[in-house]
Write a protein that binds this ligand. Structure first.
Ligand code: PEP
Ligand code: MG
Length: 554
């Protein structure tokens, strides 16, 4: 898009998605000037009382804003507010402020400023970027107390209500962001802050377009200027030309309309236009994704990549630690099916390999080496630990087990044998369903034989495409060969689906192709029961499905 006509503009360090165009009002956010006074000995307790009162009023601010967040789809703003409230009530902070007032005989404002600055300075030396960004949390808490001590009212919003109002300031605390949102402010720009600042995370949770870390923006702006805030691309434009503003308006309308039409598909059944059910499930790697999966109304978890358990751990989590996680996942999904894939280690996930084997993968060609079920069958202790943890978690709901990189019938038979041995040891009679990932061409070719020893199939197209087309999925130089329209692919999918249908078992897909809208209709007509995908694809696919008609292949 051309930039001609915009008087000023710039790029911010962090954005909250969405585009907003409106009139700007500058607000005096950020640090207040702090009054520094020595006080008489007989006024010391009055100052302490003033501090206690300011903390109580700040807590009341948090509590009243909290109520407005309960109904939000994202719970992030609520959690951030609660964490800041805890900081506010930190007994250590209160004790140190009161000691400063009493020992140094200084006013409460100065004592708060001193303590908050001292704590904030500690964060400067932290190397982790996320933790360093927590400095703003303590500063924001300090600012809130100082505002009450100084008796500052929140600034009045001046611009007429019929115009969309965007506010600009040095910094906005989480509570201020929530207040602005409640007052109908359409977006904000702040000079301070970065991608991990809690204020921008709150804005994202509120669905409010915003920019933080917009250096120099205040100098460019006057009250009443027209401003474009583009949180998608992290840019702002001051007083854009008519043409430029119109281009943005169209983009904003399209984005709004798309978002609104998609959100109508949250939490409803996944059906074609003529009522055929094609389940849409979630591909998950970490627990944190569960609340969003529930909110989107997924019909289960089609692939839980359990090897991600290893990314944060120094060694393989034991049976108990695995059980705890699996049980939590089952409980979060409230009765819906959850498919845990046995740890798929090796191949392009070679770093994880060290945890089990004790050294890096030695082979020159890890994609064709000891990976997935091959590795597990050579490390039966690891396999049995995981099977036992899964069996125990299966007592909490509809748990299914998926076996990665299967290329031979015996691999499935041995895993089933191990599952039966573990179940017997745990006195569990009802075995969870056991399925094979169909992700190498050999598995497609013997799909009819595999179907006899499997309770379901799940096609992993990410690997199936790489092995069929001999094109490394991660190699940019052969990316042009990694082609989902290659004529070799569709017959393989048909053959697998046909073998499953003949054997009367479910056929699912959990590779990226499951989210490709060009394939939804064909996959539905081939007889797929479930398409499993990353969360961001669920609503677009559900919406697309609702426009399709079911014509089963004969
Ligand atoms: C696949 O291969 O399609 C798949 C879903 O597994 P992963 O991407 O984890 O290899
Ligand atoms: Mg795979």
């Amino acid at each position: 898009m051309s930039d001609a006509g915009a008087r000023h503009g710039g790029t911010a360090a962090a954005g909250s998605s969405g585009i907003v165009i409106g009139r700007v009002q500058k607000l005096a956010g950020g640090d207040l000037p702090v009054s520094e006074r020595y006080i008489h000995a007989d006024k010391v307790e009055d100052e302490v009382a003033r501090f206690v009162q300011a903390v109580a009023e700040s807590v009341a601010d948090f509590d009243s804003e909290r109520l407005h967040l309960l109904e939000l789809e994202s719970q992030d703003p609520l959690h951030i507010l609660d964490a800041q409230r805890m900081l506010l009530l930190d007994p250590d902070l209160s004790r140190k402020v009161m000691e400063s007032i009493r020992n140094q005989r200084i006013n409460a404002d100065w004592a708060v400023h001193q303590q908050v600055t001292a704590i904030a300075r500690i964060f400067d030396n932290i190397s982790d970027e996320y933790l360093r960004a927590r400095k703003s949390d303590i500063e924001h808490v300090g600012q809130r107390i100082l505002r009450h001590l100084a008796g500052c009212e929140d600034q009045k919003l001046l611009v007429e209500a019929k115009e969309r109002l965007i506010v600009a300031g040095e910094d906005f605390t989480p509570v201020e962001v929530i207040r602005l949102w409640r007052q109908g402010v359409a977006g904000f720009v702040a000079e301070k802050g970065g991608p991990n600042a809690h204020s921008i995370i709150i804005a994202r949770g509120l669905g409010m377009p915003a920019l933080m870390g917009a250096e120099g923006v205040l100098e460019q702006l006057n009250d009443g200027d027209r401003l474009i805030v583009d949180g998608e691309q992290g840019v702002w434009r001051v007083n854009p030309s008519f043409v430029h503003e119109r281009e943005y308006l169209i983009m904003a309308r399209n984005a709004d309309a798309e978002q609104r039409s998609l959100s109508m598909f949250a939490d409803c059944a996944s059906l074609s236009n003529d009522g055929h059910a094609l389940k849409l499930m979630a591909n998950l790697e970490v627990e944190d994704e569960l609340p969003q999966a529930v909110r989107l109304g997924v019909e289960g978890v089609g692939l839980y990549r359990s090897e991600f358990l290893l990314t944060d751990a120094d060694c393989l989590p034991d049976e108990e630690a695995q059980y705890q996680l699996y049980a939590r996942v089952m409980q979060s999904m409230i009765g819906l099916p959850v498919t845990f894939r046995l740890m798929d280690i090796g191949g392009e996930k070679s770093l994880l390999y060290e945890h089990i084997i004790g050294h890096r993968a030695m082979t020159d060609n890890p994609a064709l080496g000891l990976r997935g079920v091959r590795l597990l069958l050579q490390n039966k202790v690891v396999l049995r630990d995981q099977l036992r943890a899964l069996l125990r978690a299966s007592q909490h709901g509809d748990l299914r087990i998926l076996v990665p990189m299967v290329s031979r019938v015996e691999e499935m038979s041995v895993v089933r044998e191990q599952l039966e041995i573990c179940a017997e040891g745990l006195l569990i009679e009802n075995l969870p369903k056991l399925g094979a990932m169909i992700e190498v061409p050999a598995a497609v070719i013997i799909a009819d034989q595999l179907a006899e020893v499997c309770d379901f199939f799940s096609i992993g197209t990410n690997d199936l495409i790489q092995y069929t087309l001999a094109a490394d999925r991660a190699d940019e130089e052969v990316a042009y060969l990694y082609d989902t329209t290659h004529p070799a692919l569709e017959p393989m999918l048909r053959q697998t689906a046909q073998a499953a249908r003949t054997a009367g078992i479910e056929v699912n897909m959990c590779g990226e192709l499951a989210a490709d809208l060009c394939w939804t209709e064909r996959l539905m007509n081939m007889g797929f029961d479930t398409l499993s995908m990353s969360l961001q694809h669920i609503l677009p696919v559900r919406k697309h499905l609702a426009s399709l008609h079911y014509h089963p292949d004969s």
